[in-house]
Write a protein that binds this ligand. Sequence first.
Ligand SMILES: Nc1nc2c(ncn2[C@@H]2O[C@H](COP(=O)(O)OP(=O)(O)OP(=O)(O)O)[C@@H](O)[C@H]2O)c(=O)[nH]1
Ligand SMILES: [Mg+2]
Length: 450
Amino acid sequence: MRNSDTIAAVGTPPGESALAVIRISGPLAARFGPWQPGVPPPARRVVRGSYRDRSGRAVDDVLFTYFAGPASYTGEDVLEISCHGNPFLIHRILDDLAERGARSAEPGEFTRRAFLAGKMDLSQAEAVMDLIRARSDRALDNARRLLRGELGHRISALTARLTGLVASVEAYIDFPEEDLPEESVTHHLEVIRAVRAEAGRLARTGEAGRLLRDGVPVLLAGVPNAGKSSLLNRLLGFERALVSPEPGTTRDFLEEPLPLGRNCIRIIDTAGLGPARDGLERSGMERTLAKAAEADLFLLVLDGSLPSPTLPAELTALARPEKTLVAVNKTDLPPHPAAERGFEGYERLRVSALTGAGLDALETALGRRIALLTAGAGEEGVAVSQRHAQALEAAMAALDRAARCLDEGEPAELAASELREALHQFGEIVGRVDQEEILDVLFSRFCIGK
Ligand SMILES: Nc1nc2c(ncn2[C@@H]2O[C@H](COP(=O)(O)OP(=O)(O)OP(=O)(O)O)[C@@H](O)[C@H]2O)c(=O)[nH]1
Ligand SMILES: [Mg+2]
């Protein structure tokens, strides 16, 4: 641990702002306030004063808030300085702090210290980042539940049950000549099944967790000129994509976040799919198909004034009716009698990107599909991350192996070692496993100042 040093960083975004907050954590924190040397600073009280640099010059009128460790975010002495949000001023203060022994913090270093001080478990530390990055109400709710430690509590309950089980299985290791009695094997298997079922319920929320955190990817697809980019612009409410009467306008895909009710989607505009006239257009179409493989929801856009098109089989194989809405566009024009042929079994909506007709109904339908995709999060109360889901699945596999060992009368130590592996995996979720690399990877994704 490197916690003997003092770190400093600005916790507010770069650029001009009314206010900026500089955060300092470590043994030197109190030194940068306006207090007389030797007098303990008042904790958790806002004090107005001048930030004076090492030569005693007043740099800015600021507010100081001091938190005496361990009752602080990091568990160490922390000083927060609210200054004016001028980038030069902030630099001047940070430079001065560095000169006086408070080095620049690395990304996530404040939260890392909070974790190492036992202020929060790893799932809560990750939730800090989820909370900052949440792009929708539901993602925020989930981050708040994780931050309160709900996942940690459930993992602790599982860990407690499994620890009891390991103890009772290990009691037989020293007596290899004795088999585990039948009724205790039955009981052990029951506990394993129950723990596995709970781990499985949590693991299954990983999919909803991914969609909540990243936003549901919704792919706009169709033949050239159907009006995909026009529809994207309409849904976003601004002219994000180029639109033109020329087919083949969009070549590269475009992606934008779009809040939809309490959720957020990532809407992706793509190159139209049809006979390519040149290499560039062909590359665009290849990109569309590659993106299609990652999409969770499709919005197939048809031109209602033309006969219904035939789309490439690679696309229709992915855009199954349960993952797709068909938007029959250009309904402001006279409809073509064969416009709606094909696409049986697909939910269809009639829209006009030009006039905006049918857009509300389209948004409602999208919202309904997204609610279905992310329903798992609501049922379990909390949606785990991919990292958590992987650990849960590894734990489930170890529990299966442990159950097989017990069932087949294998030596007790084999079952015990599998159960320990499951415990280890649960430990990784909350961070009871002390592994520097995991921490390095996790906290490097944070922003500086967190
Ligand atoms: N009348 C009418 N015209 C539309 C509508 N939506 C789009 N258009 C027109 O159709 C043409 C093609 O629109 P785009 O949005 O560029 O179509 P696209 O599907 O993105 O086309 P590519 O990028 O070439 O694949 C433009 O001239 C649009 O103005 C609509 O609802 N009604
Ligand atoms: Mg386009």
